[in-house]
Design a binder for this molecule. Structure first.
Ligand code: GZL
Ligand code: ZN
Length: 372
């Protein structure tokens, strides 16, 4: 199967001013390229106050090429959970890339969508003195303290998949997708598809506090605000799960049956649940139905439903991110400059028979060529 090409859009080169080395704000600013202090920073080390020496040494350890010494690179991945097909694909991708034969020892902790468990997992990575910590944050809030602890321990942190509300100096790099753009794409497609017709919209949101849900809502709402002929009847979190999507859709049907013609689901698993609920209520959906379904993730089954015309529009969010994270880690290992921010590119797909400037019309070939 064709490996889906990672169209990696480098959003920004290193911004030296905002990147401080692993030793924290009071350490001499990191080399312009933002790489962790490398062995040739001996001069800076002499100048740095004594208490930073330990941090510099830790950073130098990280910068020395353990690969050269043949050491295994230990990586902790605090994974959101196992809530969706997207998450399953993302976990598998990390296990494929951060494998023993590739020179890694991966400690992947499934945090079961529980914020407290995720913070504890990161603290355990720090205690175990792993070489690198990768976090897919369940929620955007609450990260400053534990990130400072990782920084004080001289362990580089990469935030992946989702975003956090924390100062960029508290972590070393970010790899993920632009979920606000995904929401805008969904809104733009709907406007093109409706072409001025009215929309009464129900939204099944992702997990509360998750940047993926916040971003998709922000982007979609921005477009909805431009259309006075649209009305968002209600929105509720389905927690990115199929059960959640079904429960929310069942309650929406009780309140709004016969009043809505669009359902936006923040991921494919919620869409499967919403379809089950609409089937049970005899409500038709898709290109030949009464209700338009917009979904996010474009996982394999989600694109199968799109190909079958059951989902009208499916906006991709690419879970195949591990190779990009590994590239950042290798650069850190070798003391090379690395990108502070790397966006993993997305596209959108629509059902056969729909032509769109915002999305690709699904075909069997596209489905056969997908990496996940
Ligand atoms: C998006 C990712 C979201 C997916 C869901 O980047 O964080 O989490 O859209 C998953 O399927 O649960
Ligand atoms: Zn309009």
């Amino acid at each position: 199967m064709l490996r889906k090409k990672l169209a990696v859009l480098l959003a920004t080169a290193m911004v030296a001013a905002s990147i401080v080395g692993c030793g924290g704000a009071d350490q001499a600013a990191a080399p312009a390229d933002g790489a962790p202090a490398a062995a040739d920073d001996a001069a800076a080390e002499d100048a740095a106050p004594a208490e930073d020496a330990a941090d510099d040494a830790a950073a130098d350890d990280a910068a020395e090429a353990p690969a050269a010494s043949g050491d295994v690179i230990t990586v902790g991945y605090a994974q959101v959970g196992h809530e969706s097909d997207w998450r399953t694909a993302n976990t598998q991708n990390y296990q494929d890339v951060f494998s023993a034969e590739n020179g890694y020892e991966l400690s992947l902790i499934d945090c079961d969508n529980d914020n407290a468990v995720q913070l504890e997992a990161v603290r355990n990575f720090i205690t175990q003195q792993l070489d690198y910590i990768v976090i897919a944050p369940i929620e955007t809030a609450g990260w400053d303290t534990v990130l400072q602890e990782a920084q004080d321990a001289g362990i580089p942190v990469i935030i992946a998949d989702r975003e956090i509300d924390a100062d960029a100096s508290l972590y070393d790099a970010w790899v993920g997708t632009n979920t606000k753009n995904e929401g805008v794409t969904a809104g733009n497609w709907l406007a093109e598809y409706l072409d001025g017709k009215e929309a009464n919209i129900l939204i099944i949101e992702g997990s509360v506090g998750a940047s993926a849900a916040l971003g998709r809502s922000e982007g979609f709402d921005e477009v909805a605000a431009q259309h006075s002929e649209w009305k968002i009847l209600d929105h509720q979190s389905g927690d990115f799960t199929q059960d959640g999507g079904q429960e929310v859709m069942e309650s929406f049907i009780k309140s709004y049956e016969g009043q809505f013609n669009v359902v936006v689901c923040h991921n494919d698993n919620e869409a499967y649940g919403a379809m089950d609920a609409m089937d049970a209520a005899g409500i038709t959906y898709g290109v030949d139905g009464d209700v338009i379904i917009i979904s996010f993730d474009a996982t394999h089954d989600g694109l199968q439903y799109t190909l079958d015309g059951k989902i009208n529009c499916n906006v991709e969010c690419n879970p195949i991110q591990a190779a990009v994270v590994a590239e950042v880690i290798q650069k850190m290992q070798n003391g090379e400059s690395f990108e502070a921010t790397t966006l993993v590119n997305d596209e959108a797909f629509v059902a056969p028979g729909i032509e769109s400037q915002y999305a690709t019309t699904m075909t069997e070939e596209i489905l056969a060529g997908r990496a996940y």
